[in-house]
Write a protein that binds this ligand. Structure first.
Ligand SMILES: Cc1cc2nc3c(=O)[nH]c(=O)nc-3n(C[C@H](O)[C@H](O)[C@H](O)COP(=O)(O)O)c2cc1C
Length: 407
């Protein structure tokens, strides 16, 4: 079997074979019944194309810009805590993204320090949650600035839901002898993964190095998560405060409602990601692609709009662009690639997305990704959701911004 794979679905199959069960199921993720996680991918399947047959363009321009960065094609790495997937973790992902000319989003819960990741990809955006205190957040911003991060991503869509109907992975607080013994059966069943870690001379240590407080060592992943859970929840004023602490590009990730998109504009962000955290947040929220058209319509070009959730092929990227996104972020797709074949596997996934996007742009008779428009896709009746302005259809009428009180 060659290491190369032809689709993201094949990368996922290989990841399943290679990773211990708990690690694999941590990447599958999803919450509760998994309705949103499934809808994120299923919704792309409901959208059709309207291709042309002649007069197609020999040369297609896939490049774009996002938050001041050049992208060789309109895809960016979405931040994920990729603890334990691969010894090189986020550094391998960052290198792959740099090799293919796209930016890297680095999770606050990542396994590698921001300094190493920026060295691997100078187009790195650092992702924060609202965690700890304003002092801790300001310290993390200072560190990101000193490391050379080109922008910030603030992820806000998380409601600490617990329990999955298909079972949650067993993730130990620390990989000590007891934990290793408990995990031994599933780890020993995956010798390739084990050998990879053995060769690297390390084992997943499940810490969050980017969450270290000044002068202290990095907390464990779970200690960091507990601190996040106990942090008082932020208001829109807090978001505006954080935005004012950073004088570069700033994305608010997790928007799934029209009114929140408009509040993000008011808070002064540079970009939003229309997202439901890959279906890991409030289960039952619609696929992010369903909520994109109304948000794009309302927000217009006041800020740059991206989408993440369910991107598995280049044609999905084309659909998201046609419905109003400037670029997309990908999560699981690159995680499967990383698990299947390290940095080369992530590059393989990016090549699949790029090739599929180019093919869609060709078939649609466009010469550039900037020409994609709603007329390129067939949207079935009832597809879109104009969250969440009761009684208002899509597109929302002018002046609807004032229909809900601002907090
Ligand atoms: C295993 C896993 C871990 C994630 N960790 C984070 C995170 O630390 N920060 C964050 O902003 N989003 C996180 N996300 C959400 C992703 O950034 C992204 O929104 C989502 O994966 C997109 O959906 P997709 O996986 O279908 O592409 C995570 C997603 C997964 C699957």
């Amino acid at each position: 079997m060659t290491d190369w794979f032809e689709t993201v679905a094949e990368a996922q199959r290989r990841a399943k074979k290679r990773l211990p069960k708990s690690v694999y199921s941590a990447l599958v993720a999803g919450s509760e019944q998994g309705i949103t996680a499934s809808d994120n991918t299923a919704a792309f399947g409901e959208l059709g194309f309207a291709p042309h047959v002649a007069g197609l363009s020999d040369a297609r321009n896939l490049s774009t810009t996002l938050m001041g960065q050049s992208l060789s094609f309109p895809v960016m790495i979405s931040p994920t805590g990729v603890q334990a997937v691969h010894p090189d973790g986020e550094v391998a992902v960052a290198r792959a993204a740099a090799a293919r000319g796209i930016p890297m989003g680095l999770s606050l819960f990542a396994s590698k320090p921001i300094e190493e990741v920026v060295a691997a990809n100078p187009q790195t955006f650092f992702q924060l949650h609202w965690v700890g205190s304003r002092e801790l957040l300001a310290h993390m911003l200072d560190r990101a600035r000193a490391a050379g991060a080109v922008g910030l991503i603030l992820t806000m869509d998380w409601s600490f839901s617990e329990g999955r109907d298909w079972g949650s992975p067993v993730i130990p607080e620390r990989l000590d002898a007891r934990a290793m013994l408990r995990l031994a059966p599933e780890v020993l069943a995956r010798p390739g993964w084990l050998a990879q870690w053995a060769r690297s001379g390390t084992f997943p240590d499940l810490t969050a190095p980017n969450l270290a407080e000044p002068g202290k060592s990095a907390p464990t992943f779970f200690a960091a998560y507990r601190e996040w859970m106990s942090t008082p929840l932020p208001s829109w004023d807090d978001i505006a405060w954080l935005r004012a602490q950073w004088d570069g590009p700033f994305m608010l990730k997790g928007v799934s409602r029209v009114d929140d998109g408009l509040r993000a504009v008011d808070a002064g962000v540079t970009a939003i990601s229309v997202s439901n955290h890959g279906g890991n947040n409030l289960d039952g929220s619609p696929a992010s692609i369903r909520t994109l058209p109304a948000i794009a319509e309302a927000v217009g070009d006041q800020v740059e709009i991206t989408l993440d959730g369910g991107i598995r092929r280049g044609s999905d990227v084309a659909k998201a662009l046609a419905l109003g996104a400037r670029a997309v972020l990908i999560g699981r797709a690159y995680l499967w690639g990383l698990a299947a074949n390290g940095q080369a596997g992530v590059e393989n996934v990016l090549d699949i997305l790029r090739g599929g996007l180019d093919s869609a742009v060709l078939g649609l008779g466009r010469a550039s990704v900037h020409e994609l428009s709603p007329s390129d896709v067939v949207v079935p009746p009832g597809f879109a959701r104009a969250n969440q302005l009761p009684g208002l259809g899509y597109p929302p009428p002018i002046g609807f911004r004032d229909t809900e009180p601002r907090s």
